[in-house]
Design a protein around this ligand. Structure first.
Ligand code: HEC
Ligand code: HEC
Ligand code: HEC
Ligand code: HEC
Ligand code: HEC
Length: 494
């Protein structure tokens, strides 16, 4: 589904019956401080049709679509480099005044807290309750406080000597913060994320993400996190917010339409990173190579899919009714059971002593798994005889030691394995890595495995497990939720 697909035509219903109703074309002009502006896009707020202002800044807008009850009354205009302009429709010639965006980012800007607080009128959740609820359940909201992240950051306060970034790479903490706590400031420059305070504790939060003016990818992977996102924060006392809508209006605040919000590029700075020389995060570059990209699908299409339930982004706080199919969800699910099931399929067959299984990842925009480099999949093939006993493998793949409890069993590990000195693996990405062996699945490209067993099985059970962390790491920390059954299939002798 491309973004264009999501912007449906929707008729806006206003409660105020007294609104003036245009019936004929509306003529107007778009200007800035210097005079007429050519090329601005003009339309009715809440509707998707736009006209383009001519060389003299003039436009002619057809009356608002003639659906019963349709009384859209605001006209909006946008152009790159400007804030969104708006005005009430009237029967007089219309003038829309565009205001330039600030020239420079204000590095002294004070971040606004995302959470509800009636005493702080600018806090996002005061007006965007529904979006806040979605975001609060996302990994982004917990990126600075997630206990598993912190456990690998400091080895549970030094209890574990491995998978302990602070101990194993002592001057690397600032690097973790750039993506996990992008608004953290650290006067002592130690960037100990455990000490993040105030808004910075909210990790990847609303105000940070909505101050992004551009995300260039000319240094993809090398300049990442906050260093790769170009912000435009307003002067003290001013409110300025960037987003995907070209028609958002709120008195006292400026909005800027930034098309990058609906492009994968927006996510690239944090979801691509060559960290300490290791290509630890590669989701964006995997997407660049994917069939999904060819089909025009962006990260947002799969990870911010509209729920179809939200019809107003700021209900009761000045928001207007909008097409729910045009409003993204901020829950951004990733490697959870539902998402895995959407993508992973097993296609097995059994002939005599031979099992052939195709492992398929489709409806996905990158390798599987992707994201944090320790994520992996384990294919386990269990051949059972008529008495219920397991049958030995004579030909075909067996699982390596990093598969933990499944070591030596018939099956395959799909992982990006980092290998250190003395062939040591698995290895944390902040350790010296000598070699990388990548066996993960490619989107839309079935991986075929052939296994031959000692005797003819009466049935074969094939399981595909997903693990967020290596078993040794999870066991040492007592994490019991690390093994997730992504999909399973059983075939019987014909
Ligand atoms: C990881 C960065 C990120 C965070 C965090 C984030 N947003 Fe967004 N937001 C986006 C992107 C990207 C879009 C555009 C998605 C699309 O249209 O496909 C968006 C869209 C929106 C929109 C336009 C309407 C819609 O839903 O499409 C609003 C309003 C909004 N965000 C408010 C918020 C608020 C409030 C929060 C915090 C509770 C928040 N955002 C947190 C990136 C973010
Ligand atoms: C006092 C209420 C209020 C508060 C507080 C508030 N907003 Fe909004 N916001 C609105 C209204 C009203 C709109 C426009 C709604 C419409 O046009 O339907 C809006 C629109 C937006 C948009 C859409 C802009 C676009 O062009 O895509 C974004 C993004 C957004 N807000 C983010 C935030 C963030 C982030 C915060 C906290 C830092 C925040 N808002 C705080 C009321 C508020
Ligand atoms: C400022 C950095 C930043 C930006 C921008 C960003 N992300 Fe993230 N994202 C993170 C971090 C950090 C995490 C991991 C948090 C954790 O698990 O502790 C994460 C986690 C995720 C996950 C969850 C994975 C899981 O298994 O739970 C998904 C999905 C995701 N991001 C998608 C996106 C998409 C789509 C975009 C663009 C619209 C985006 N992100 C933009 C930093 C970012
Ligand atoms: C066609 C749909 C689709 C597109 C496009 C897509 N993804 Fe995904 N993504 C999925 C599915 C399905 C999963 C679950 C399977 C998996 O973990 O790979 C997933 C998983 C993830 C995860 C979690 C990985 C883990 O196991 O922790 C992250 C992070 C992520 N995607 C980020 C992105 C980013 C960033 C982009 C854009 C560069 C993107 N995705 C594009 C469908 C998509
Ligand atoms: C380029 C940005 C970036 C940098 C730098 C970065 N991370 Fe991440 N990290 C992410 C993203 C994005 C995810 C989410 C991917 C996913 O869920 O698969 C993530 C996920 C994780 C997770 C998994 C959390 C969980 O609960 O599943 C851990 C642990 C982690 N990072 C540790 C670190 C440490 C420690 C550092 C510093 C040495 C670091 N990261 C540096 C972007 C980054």
């Amino acid at each position: 589904m491309s973004t264009a697909h999501r912007i449906g035509i929707f008729f806006v219903a206003f409660s105020s019956a007294s609104a003036w109703q245009p019936t004929a074309n509306i003529n107007g002009i778009v200007v800035d401080a210097k005079g007429p502006v050519a090329g601005a896009r003009v339309g009715w707020q809440g509707q998707s049709e736009r006209v383009v202002a001519d060389e003299q800044g003039r436009f002619r807008l057809p009356p608002v679509a003639s659906a019963p009850g349709s009384t859209a009354k605001r006209i909006v205009a946008t152009k790159a480099g400007y804030r969104i302009a708006s005005t009430q429709a009237s029967d007089k010639p219309i003038t829309l005044r565009l205001e330039l965006l600030p020239k420079n980012d204000n590095a002294d800007y004070e971040w606004i807290d995302p959470h509800t607080d009636p005493k702080k009128p600018n806090n996002c959740a005061n007006c965007h309750a529904e979006i806040h609820r979605e975001w609060q359940h996302s990994a982004h909201a917990k990126s600075a406080t997630n206990p598993k992240f912190l456990s690998l950051f400091d080895g549970d306060n030094g209890k574990h000597r491995t998978w302990n970034a602070k101990a194993e790479h002592p001057d690397g903490s600032a690097v973790c913060a750039t993506c996990h706590a992008p608004t953290m400031s650290s006067p002592k420059l130690d960037y100990d994320i455990r000490k993040a305070q105030g808004v910075a504790k909210s990790g990847v939060h609303c105000d940070y993400c909505h101050k992004v003016a551009d995300v260039p990818t000319d240094k993809l992977g090398l300049r990442f996190g906050r260093d790769g996102m170009f912000l435009l924060r307003p002067a003290k006392g001013e409110l300025l917010t960037f987003g995907p809508l070209d028609d958002a209006v709120r008195p006292g605040e400026s909005f800027a339409h930034a098309p990058v919000y609906r492009e994968s590029r927006y996510c690239a700075s944090c979801h691509e990173g060559v960290v300490f020389g290791v290509h630890a995060y590669a989701t964006y570059s995997e997407w660049l190579e994917s069939p999904a990209k060819k089909a025009g699908k962006q990260c947002q299409d799969c990870h911010m899919t509209p729920t179809g339930k939200m019809t107003n982004i700021a209900r009761g706080k000045g928001g207007i009714a909008r097409d729910p199919r045009s409003l993204a969800s901020h829950h951004t699910p990733g490697g959870d059971a539902d998402m895995l099931k959407k993508s992973l399929k097993l296609k097995p067959s059994l002939t005599g002593r031979q099992v052939i299984v195709d492992v398929v990842a489709d409806n996905v925009g990158h390798r599987v798994p992707t994201g944090f480099v320790d994520r992996h999949l384990i294919l386990v093939v269990l051949a059972i005889d008529a008495k219920g006993a397991a049958i030995g493998l004579v030909e075909g793949p067996r699982l390596p030691a990093s598969a933990g409890k499944w070591k030596g069993m018939p099956g395959v590990l799909y992982a990006k394995q980092l290998i250190g000195d003395k062939k040591r693996t698995p290895l944390a990405f902040w350790m010296p890595v000598f070699e990388t062996v990548d066996t993960r699945l490619y989107p839309d490209r079935p991986d075929r495995q052939t296994l031959v067993f000692k005797n003819e099985p009466s049935h074969v059970t094939i399981q595909l497990w997903y693990r967020r962390f290596w078993q040794d790491v999870a066991d040492a920390r007592g994490w019991r939720d690390n093994d997730v059954l992504a999909t399973e299939s059983t075939i019987k002798k014909q």
